[in-house]
Design a protein around this ligand. Structure first.
Ligand code: G16
Ligand code: MG
Length: 211
């Protein structure tokens, strides 16, 4: 019944979320700002600058725009260094199997990610030319929970939102899918969210949706 699956990247296709966490943790520690897993969960699917704003809610002083852009840039440098650890081995057999299965059955596959590093990550894990379309942080004005990134993907595929299933690990991503009129499947954090139509306990579960 679905003509396309739009996959979130971070937390769904691969676990760059651990690198985002490590990089933000370094920034928070340097600034003496409280940062834990709970704050980190609010950063899932959210753009780099908006993530920084969330982290700085815990700060005891205001930051200038200048300081914020330096912190965001520093975080990205740390993050990109961590991404150098990634190889094809970071794409699990399970995820690769699910992707191949869906693609081989004639369903279009796409990426819908807030990350401006999407292309770099896809090439590191050997998926540079795999997807029918890649919609990411470089072609949007508003990040999740705004549906823009998924609407751009559907538009490129020439499909209506209701023909597409969005797979997400973030509440912000599920809300974005819902607002855009997409169906949604959620893994991890997002599997417990009330707007998630198909909760997945692992990526392999996604194939049950197509049976
Ligand atoms: C990802 C992460 C977010 C991150 C955002 C922007 O989104 O989940 O935590 O802040 O990308 O990343 P970058 O700093 O690389 O542009 P997604 O949508 O792939 O989950
Ligand atoms: Mg994500």
């Amino acid at each position: 019944r679905f003509k396309a699956v739009i996959f979130d990247l971070d937390g769904v296709i691969c676990h760059t979320d651990q690198y985002h966490y490590q990089a933000w943790k370094q920034i928070a520690d340097q600034e003496n700002v409280f940062f834990d897993e709970q704050v980190n969960n609010r950063l899932r699917g959210v753009s780099r600058m908006e993530s920084l704003e969330i982290i700085l809610e815990q700060a005891d002083r205001p930051y200038t725009e200048e300081e914020k852009s330096v912190l965001a840039e520093t975080k990205n440098e740390i993050y990109k260094k961590l991404l150098k650890n990634m190889t094809r081995a970071d794409l699990t057999e399970e995820v690769k199997g699910v992707l191949d299965n869906i693609k081989n059955s004639g369903i279009k596959v796409a990426i819908g990610s807030s990350s401006r590093n999407t292309k770099l990550i896809l090439s590191r894990i050997g998926l540079a030319d795999y997807f029918h379309t890649v919609s990411d942080g470089t072609n949007i004005q508003r990040s999740k929970p705004d549906p823009e990134v998924f609407l751009k993907a559907a538009e490129a595929l020439k499909l209506a939102p209701e023909e597409c299933l969005v797979v997400e690990d973030a509440q912000a991503g599920i809300i974005a899918a819902h607002r855009g009129g997409f169906h949604s499947a959620g893994i991890g954090e997002a599997s417990k969210f009330h707007l998630t139509e198909y909760p997945l306990s692992c990526m392999g579960d996604l194939l049950n949706v197509f049976e």
